[in-house]
Design a protein around this ligand. Structure first.
Ligand code: PLP
Length: 385
C-alpha cells in the first residue's frame, strides 16, 4: 500500500462530494441561464454552492466568482484589476515566493508596461510589513501576497500587510489562499483583503474549479467575455457539477477543520521528530510550528539530490514532492527556497511531505523510517561513486 504525502499538490475526491456531484451530471443537467424549470434547478444548485463558499470565507455570496481553477482566479485578480484600474502602465507588488500563477502573470504584465516589484522574504519565507511599506508607490495598483506558501507552508501576516497597503495607497490587496482553505480560518473581513483565491481540488473537491472572492466595490475587468455569467465577471456556461462539488467540499472541510488539523499537526510533529532523530543534519525549512500550515512537514537534506530521493521513495510507495507539483519535475531549484536564502545545493535537496485526511499514525511511522533509510542509502551511494 502506498502512502500519499502530497496533499498540497492535490487531494482525492471525497465520496460525499462525488455523491453530491453525480445528480448534477445527469438529472439536473439544465443550463443555469435557462428560465425553464431544468435551468432553474441548476441555478439553485449553483446558488447553494456559492452560499457555502461565501460562508466559509465570511463573504457575501455575490462576492464569489467561480472560475475554472485557482490559477484562473489568480489571473483574474491580477489581470482584471490591472485592466480596469490603469489600462496600461503602473506598478504591481508581489512577494518573491508566490505560486507561478501569480509570479508568471505579474511578469507577463511587464509586457503591458507594468513595473513589478518582487518583495524579498526572510529565511522563513515571510514578508515584512516595513519591506512592503517601502515598496508602495502612488502608482501601485495591486499588492499580491499569498496567505500560505505551497512549498514550505509558511503563513504570511496578511492582515498586517493589507493594513499597510490600505493605509498608504489606493492599491487593491490580493491574497492567494489556495493552500490555506480548509487548513485555517479564512475570514475576509478579519484579513482585510480585497481579493482572495481558492481552489476545490486542494480540499477533496473536484479538479478544475476555483473561485475568486472580490470585495464589493473592487473593480475587475473579466478575462472571459461572452454570456455574462458570474455577474459578467466570468462568462461561460457554469461547470455545475464542479461548483456543486466545491460547495460540499468546503462545507465538510470547515465542519471538520479544527479537529482534523489538530490531528494532522500531531502526526506532522511525529513525522518531523522521526526524521530529525534519524537524520540530525536535516534542515527544517519554513516557519516554526504555529506559524505554518499544520499539515506541512518540509526538510532539506544536505548532500542529497532531491529528485533522486523522490524517485527512490516512489519506488517504495511513498509519494512526496520536492516543492510544488509544478517545480518538481524540473531540475531548477525552487524560486521559493532560493528566495528564503537556501543555497542552490540545499534547495535541490528539498522534500515536502503534506499530510491529509487519510494519513495515519502507521503511515508517519513507516514514512519516517523509510525516509531516514533512503537518505542514508543515497549518501552512502554518493560516497562510493
Ligand atoms: C498557492 C497556489 N496557488 C495556486 C494554485 C493553482 O491552483 P489550481 O491547481 O487550481 O490551478 C496552487 C496549486 O498548486 C497553489 O498551491
Amino acid at each position: 500500500m502506498s502512502i500519499y504525502l502530497d496533499h498540497a499538490a492535490t487531494t482525492p475526491l471525497r465520496t460525499e462530494v462525488l455523491e453530491a456531484m453525480l445528480p448534477a451530471l445527469t438529472g439536473t443537467f439544465g443550463n443555469p441561464s435557462s428560465i425553464h424549470a431544468a435551468g432553474r434547478a441548476a441555478r439553485t444548485l449553483i446558488d447553494t454552492a456559492r452560499d457555502r463558499v461565501a460562508l466559509a470565507l465570511n463573504a457575501r455570496p455575490r462576492e464569489i466568482i467561480f472560475t475554472g481553477s485557482g490559477s484562473e482566479a489568480d489571473n483574474l485578480a491580477l489581470r482584471g484589476v490591472v485592466r480596469r484600474r490603469a489600462g496600461s502602465g503602473g506598478h504591481l507588488i508581489i512577494s518573491s515566493i508566490e505560486h507561478e500563477a501569480i509570479l508568471e502573470t505579474a511578469r507577463d504584465l511587464r509586457r503591458l508596461d507594468f513595473e513589478v516589484t518582487e518583495l524579498k522574504v526572510d529565511a522563513m519565507g515571510r514578508v515584512d510589513r516595513d519591506v512592503l511599506a517601502a515598496a508602495l508607490r502612488p502608482d501601485t495598483v495591486l499588492v499580491s501576497v499569498m496567505l500560505a506558501n505551497n512549498e514550505v507552508g509558511t503563513i504570511e501576516p496578511i492582515r498586517e500587510l493589507a493594513e499597510v497597503t490600505h493605509a498608504d495607497s489606493p492599491a487593491v490587496f490580493d491574497t492567494d489562499a489556495t493552500q490555506a482553505l480548509g487548513k485555517m480560518k479564512l475570514d475576509v473581513e478579519e484579513l482585510g483583503v480585497d481579493l482572495l483565491t481558492v481552489s476545490a481540488h486542494k480540499i477533496y473537491g473536484p479538479k478544475g474549479v476555483g473561485a475568486l472572492y472580490a470585495r464589493h466595490g473592487t473593480l475587475l475587468d473579466p478575462l472571459i467575455t461572452g454570456g455574462s455569467q458570474e455577474r459578467t465577471r466570468r462568462s461561460g456556461t457554469e461547470n455545475v457539477p464542479g461548483v456543486v462539488g466545491f460547495g460540499v467540499a468546503v462545507q465538510l472541510a470547515e465542519a471538520e477543520r479544527a479537529v482534523e488539523m489538530r490531528r494532522q499537526a500531531r502526526l506532522c510533529a511525529e513525522l518531523s521528530q522521526r526524521i530529525q532523530q534519524g537524520l540530525p543534519d536535516a534542515v527544517a525549512t519554513g516557519s516554526p510550528v504555529g506559524e505554518r500550515l499544520a499539515n506541512f512537514c518540509t526538510f532539506a537534506f544536505p548532500g542529497v539530490e532531491g529528485e533522486l530521493l523522490l524517485m527512490r521513495l516512489d519506488r517504495v510507495g511513498i509519494c512526496g514532492s520536492a516543492g510544488s507539483a509544478c517545480t518538481s519535475g524540473s531540475l531548477a531549484p525552487s524560486h521559493v527556497l532560493l528566495a528564503m536564502g537556501l543555497s542552490p545545493q540545499l534547495a535541490s535537496a528539498h522534500l515536502r511531505l503534506t499530510l491529509g485526511r487519510s494519513t495515519t499514525q502507521a503511515d508517519v511511522e513507516r514514512a519516517g523510517d523509510v525516509i531516514c533509510r533512503e537518505v542514508t542509502a543515497l549518501r552512502e551511494h554518493a560516497l562510493r561513486a
